[in-house]
Design a protein around this ligand. Structure first.
Ligand code: GLU
Length: 449
């Protein structure tokens, strides 16, 4: 490996060694950059890479809230303003008990390159809290969100940092966060958060956007192989917002999602989550706050496999769409043994680095990386920002058409970047290089700091 790249990875391991997810994502992105760094010696001269792996700013804050029984609870809130070279920091908030600096930093780093790939003016950031929304009442969620925003509101803004949702933060939470921001600032401020409900200035199609984009992207891949998404079976994970959007778009295009998963196991539905009733039921499951995928099996009489992951199921397209590091070497081997041709990452960093490398080496298998595949969500957030600042509302057709176009462009940019550096049809390296190039150019233009 190029000596400069290797030295920056060493730096990350030394300084952030106690944040393995962050080290993992830096190693993954940097493994694609060798030809770019060799071609651009000026990057080393200004130590561009070390500046890229260190967030511009990251802070924690105290979030104190009252439970329904009158007891007080204290959580830690985070916001990482990773890189603002391309625009206001942009990225979601994750509420999950396992949230710690390593999770926020890995998500923030991914977000920088993902947002760059969209071609839109958004920098990268991420935040969240080690709060567990499972089983919390609506009033508890509201009080938590209000307390969270009381601590954060001074440090965000439409030209500064625009948060959105991520795991544990959906439309309801964004509504409470936005309401509290508006109350504290006494101003609507161009919407400031994205993923708002439609009545509060949210964009049509934003709830579906990540899932829709995650189907538009592989449409391009299949076309490249002379195939069609229609009639394909898809193995998915999770049953949240993203997977719901995938099921909905797949159903519209005549494909079917045959697995879903949750913390309790996975379900296998050979007929597919492919009726309006089934797709809508995912919303009911999420709203219940139970966080159990078994509810789907009970409702529709399909098989439930407690404590297992769906990666042993044979499908045409495999889409890990739940969370980071869901697919390890063992699952990767199962996927390869099943003869899967399309491995389309959806969740942020769903594959361990060794498993990803293994899958990419399988003859005939095409691997697409999450930072490209799931970028439709944040891209539509940028469209929501555009609508809010224009004081306009676009129709669902307009938003969906823009989203479709952006996903096609992301795909093409990745293909072109890999080709430019002589790497052939490599969607993983292509996305890393294309995402990197734009951030690097902006940072070079803006001087050293
Ligand atoms: N959390 C989402 C992501 O991983 C959305 C971020 C946003 O819309 O700002 O990209």
């Amino acid at each position: 490996m190029n000596a400069y790249l290797a030295s920056v990875i060493e730096h990350v391991k030394k300084v952030h060694g106690n944040e393995p997810e962050f080290v993992q994502t830096v190693e993954e992105v940097f493994s694609s950059l060798e030809p770019v760094i060799e071609k651009h010696p000026e990057y080393e001269k200004v130590d561009l890479l070390t500046r890229m792996v260190e967030p511009e700013r990251m802070f924690t804050f105290r979030v104190v809230w009252m439970a329904d029984d009158g007891t007080w609870h204290t959580n830690i809130g985070y916001r990482c303003q990773f890189n603002g070279a391309l625009g206001p920091y942009k990225g979601g908030l994750r509420f999950q008990p396992n949230v710690y600096p390593g999770i926020i930093k890995f998500l923030g780093f991914e977000q920088v390159f993902k947002n760059s790939l969209t071609g839109l003016p958004i920098g990268g950031g991420k935040g969240g809290a080690d709060f567990d929304p499972t089983g919390k009442s609506d009033a508890e969620i509201m009080r938590f969100c209000q307390a969270f925003m009381q601590a954060l509101y001074r440090y965000i803004g439409p030209d500064i940092d625009v948060p959105a949702g991520d795991m544990g933060v959906g439309g309801r939470e964004i509504g409470y966060l936005f309401g509290e921001y508006r109350r504290l600032k006494g101003a609507w401020e161009n919407g400031v958060l994205t993923g708002k409900g439609f009545a509060s200035g949210g964009s049509l199609v934003r709830p579906e956007a990540t899932g829709y984009g995650a189907v538009y992207y592989p449409e391009n891949v299949l076309k490249h192989e002379g195939e069609d998404i229609q009639g394909k079976t898809i193995a998915c994970a999770g049953f949240g917002n993203v997977t719901w959007g995938i099921c909905k778009k797949a159903m519209q295009l005549g494909a079917k999602v045959i697995t879903l998963s949750g913390p309790d196991g996975y379900i296998y539905d050979p007929d597919g989550v492919a009726t309006a009733e089934k797709v809508d039921y995912l919303l009911t499951m999420r709203a219940s706050g139970r966080n159990k995928v078994k509810d789907y099996a009970d409702k529709f009489g399909v098989a439930f496999y407690p404590g297992e992951k769906p990666w042993g199921v044979k499908a045409d397209v495999v889409m890990p769409s739940a969370m980071q590091n869901d697919v390890h070497m063992e699952q990767a081997k199962q996927i390869a043994a099943n003869g899967v041709k399309y491995y389309i990452e959806v969740a942020n960093m769903p594959t361990t680095n060794d498993a990803l490398k293994f899958l990419m080496e399988q003859p005939g298998m095409i691997v697409a990386p999450s930072k490209a595949v799931n970028a439709g969500g944040v891209a539509t957030s940028a469209l929501e920002m555009a609508q809010n600042s224009e004081r306009l509302v676009w129709t669902a057709e307009e938003v969906d058409a823009q989203l479709h176009k952006i996903m096609n462009t992301i795909y093409q940019m990745s293909v072109d970047a890999a080709e430019e550096y002589g790497l052939g049809y490599d969607l993983v390296a292509g996305a890393n290089i294309a995402g990197f190039k734009r951030v690097a150019e902006a940072m070079m233009e803006q001087g050293v700091f």
